[in-house]
Design a binder for this molecule. Structure first.
Ligand code: FAD
Ligand code: SF4
Ligand code: SF4
Length: 491
């Protein structure tokens, strides 16, 4: 009986796929979890209690039908499990790997209280990897071709999810990215040990095989103007992410050897992909043999410290001004970093960077967490006379990201942005202040998560479809209106 396979959470303990030993994983950039065995995945899926009100699903940004695909996995009906899971998620194998599940689906699993959550992310990854192995994952095949075309600026998860959804409806979809590969931060930001790059490239190939036109090395704003793109396509989606590194002022901040996190991670990812990377080869963005200090407490900082460990740094420290409980990074990633030998200096803030020709140390001050501010977070206060120095040969700044000045970059004064520089949209239509120009992902919500970018991309595709249908209906028979409102021939 199918029911017999579920509700096993009392007798069956939570078990993640095997995690490679820290000593082994320090030596390479491979993912740290091995695959589930078939029996293990079914057993873990069978721990689900099939809640009437599944909080896991409510707290998944994509509202994935988690109880159903867990049940199908427990019953060994994996092709159906894949159909269900891929119906709401364009990249389930990616989200299964890198979502912070402890804050989303798994953190809200009702059996978490007392029995530890179902391992939802790992099962999602297992289902999709099985689907790839068995050839069940197919390129998009639209039921009919439409003449209207869309231009998508940015080939990250937001842009690519929208591209796939619009292609499914038969639109002619063109994705433009300033880089030589699609994937956005999934390819050049997130390190291989969290998300192997062939997983991302496999998706990009699949999308291209489905008829999506990928335009590499095209930067909108310099190679092509936004206006030219608007004339060419019936609708535009801006999904450019946020890339301007936050900085801070301190004596010595300009010394050689102090580098921005994303430059460092991109160099490492490119090297792993087999590219020529002079700034890595000459040592500027390479931690091998160095004493490294990373400044910041978010997931980007965790990715930097763990990359430095794998590159063979002599020592790796992480300086963060709050304590462990108040850091923005995932607790799971901190635990992984600690296992791999990273030394955390909690409640510490950089005061000055030392050195003559290049950085030789970071002078820090100890911090005391004061009374909570208006946001409810305790404000960090410096403890007088508490300075201490960490010697280093490389310091990495990982303090977060803000949007670039898009109206200026795009030469589009009419593009409204918020006080933080994120693109303003009408949340009902997802359209910006420019007619036919939509926006999604980090450029709208600020630095966030892959799963939220996928959700935004899917929502934007729906709204763009409504807009395009209205536009087609308004055009004279056999003709569609171009951006400027003029009718153009459908032939
Ligand atoms: P992006 O992924 O940033 O993609 C934007 C794309 O637009 C890029 O390819 C860029 O080249 C292109 N572009 C920009 N400007 C132009 C232009 N003018 N013309 C043409 N193309 C342009 N999220 C998680 O869920 N889990 C994680 O573990 C995780 N780890 C992270 C680690 C790091 C180091 C970083 C920086 C982020 C991490 N994130 C993680 C966040 C996640 O990667 C982002 O939230 C997500 O990628 C945002 O998707 P997006 O499509 O909005 O933008
Ligand atoms: Fe959980 Fe992310 Fe998968 Fe949703 S997409 S079920 S949050 S791992
Ligand atoms: Fe199953 Fe947990 Fe979701 Fe309930 S909350 S349906 S137990 S995964």
């Amino acid at each position: 009986m199918a029911e017999d396979r579920m509700l096993k959470f009392v007798g069956t303990a939570k078990k993640m796929p095997t995690k490679r030993a820290a000593e082994e994983r320090r030596a390479d950039f491979g993912e740290i979890y091995r695959e589930f065995e078939t029996a293990g995945a079914a057993e873990q899926a069978g721990r689900c209690s099939q809640c009437g009100v599944p909080f896991c699903q409510i707290h998944c940004p994509l509202h994935n039908n988690i109880p159903d695909w867990l049940k199908l996995t427990a019953e060994g009906r994996l092709e159906e499990a894949y159909e269900v899971s891929s119906a709401t998620n364009n990249f389930p194998e990616i989200c299964g790997r890198i979502c912070p599940q402890d804050r989303l689906c798994e953190g809200n699993c009702v059996i978490e209280k007392g029995f530890e959550s179902v391992t939802i992310g790992s099962v999602e990854k297992y289902i999709t990897e099985t689907a790839f192995d068995n050839g069940w994952v197919k390129p998009v095949k639209p039921p009919r071709e439409r003449e209207q075309s869309v231009g998508i600026i940015g080939g990250g998860p937001g842009g690519l999810a929208a591209a796939e959804q619009l292609r499914k409806k038969g639109y002619q979809v063109h994705v433009y990215d300033r880089y030589d590969r699609m994937g956005g931060l999934m390819i050049y930001g997130i390190p291989n040990f969290k998300l192997e790059k062939d997983v991302v490239e496999r998706r990009s190939r699949l999308l291209a095989d489905g008829g999506i036109h990928m335009h590499h090395n095209v930067e909108i704003g310099s190679t092509v103007t936004l206006d030219a793109l608007r004339q060419k396509h019936d609708a535009i989606l801006i999904a450019t992410g946020v890339y301007k590194a936050r900085d801070f002022k301190a004596p010595g901040i300009g010394l050689p050897g102090i580098v921005p996190a994303l430059d460092y991670l991109t160099a490492s990812n490119r090297k792993g992909l087999g590219d020529e990377v002079p700034s890595f080869d000459d040592g500027a963005l390479n931690a091998t043999g160095k004493r490294v200090v990373v400044i910041g407490g978010g997931d980007t900082a965790m990715d930097c410290v763990r990359t430095a460990v794998r590159q063979g740094a002599k020592s790796v420290s992480c300086v963060y001004r709050r304590d462990r409980a108040n850091m923005p990074g995932s607790q799971r990633e901190v635990a992984n970093a600690e296992e791999e030998g990273v030394d955390f200096k909690w409640l510490s803030a950089p005061e000055a960077f030392l050195g003559d020709d290049s950085v030789t140390g970071v002078r820090c001050q100890q911090i005391h967490l004061g009374v909570p501010d208006a946001t409810g977070r305790q404000s960090p206060q410096v403890i007088d006379g508490s300075s201490f120095t960490i010697e280093c040969d490389m310091a990495i700044k990982a303090l977060g990201f803000d949007p670039e000045d898009l109206p200026k970059l795009f030469g589009a004064d009419g593009l409204d942005v918020s006080q933080w520089g994120t693109v303003r949209i009408d949340f009902r239509t997802m359209m910006t202040s420019l007619d036919g120009v939509f926006a999604a992902g980090d450029i709208v919500r600020g630095a966030s998560l892959v799963v939220w970018a996928v959700r935004d991309g899917r929502d934007a595709a729906e709204r763009m479809h409504s807009y395009l249908e209205r536009k087609a209906a308004a055009a004279p028979l056999g003709k569609t209106a171009d951006k400027s409102g003029r009718a153009r021939s459908a032939a």
